[in-house]
Design a protein around this ligand. Sequence first.
Ligand code: IPE
Ligand code: IPE
Ligand code: MG
Length: 258
Amino acid sequence: MSTTDRVPGSHAGAGASEPVRASDVLANGSVPAHVACVMDGNGRWASARGLPRTDGHAAGEAALLDAVEGALELGISWLTMYAFSTENWRRPADEVRYLMGFNESLLARRRDELHDKGVRIRFAGRRDWRVPRRVLKRMDESIALTEHNRRMTLTMAFNYGGRAEIVDAVRRLVADGVPASKVDERAIRSRLYFPDQPDPDLVVRTSGEHRISNFLLWELAYSELLFTDVLWPDFRREHLFAAVVEFQRRQRRYGGVT
Ligand code: IPE
Ligand code: IPE
Ligand code: MG
């Protein structure tokens, strides 16, 4: 049993207590500045219902929007969501095609609403030839529309890989002509996709998998990791609230002593 299974609100059913509310979380302690989520389990959610995997991705949209809403209620400034990894190209062509179209249409349908809520949308990942041009266009429109918003920054990790991000940073170091003696953590960090962004305080992975799957490898060095069995399409803001309550119980030491 993972820790979150015992956190109120993380599970419906026998013995579950009342769902956690935003006001409870805020009264309980400080809220993480940056939360990152691995939105996993869409395919299993669909298979369990006898539906095609793609229906699971479609059902994940409501979870994403509710998580954003919950993060806004808590005043979380940075939210990073893993939407498509550099390894997800290995999936069947039909599923990849669906995911590209789905992400494009999600932006088209939701960007105004996110903009109205004061959300700045950004994308972490490679803009390589495999990403269809119309998807890139929609991404650029969403960035331009929301660039001055500061209530929350929502970073969609799309065609994102933690190793690719480090490789890209090293390429920039070399292109900038940085000598070996000047290569340090600062030099690398300043060449990551978003150097202005604090490292995630809390990472939530759904679907019962206990792995990182190439997400934010550099940035996760001291993040608190939280794993829940909830499948992404079932995830709602109450699960986020419960995760933050669990985060508030953790003691971060960064290698030191308290
Ligand atoms: C997460 O759900 C969405 C993406 C990785 C794009 P999955 O599609 O990985 O669902 P499972 O893990 O197969 O259930
Ligand atoms: C991680 O999920 C990537 C995203 C959620 C976008 P995967 O389903 O691709 O990860 P693995 O294959 O289970 O490690
Ligand atoms: Mg998966």
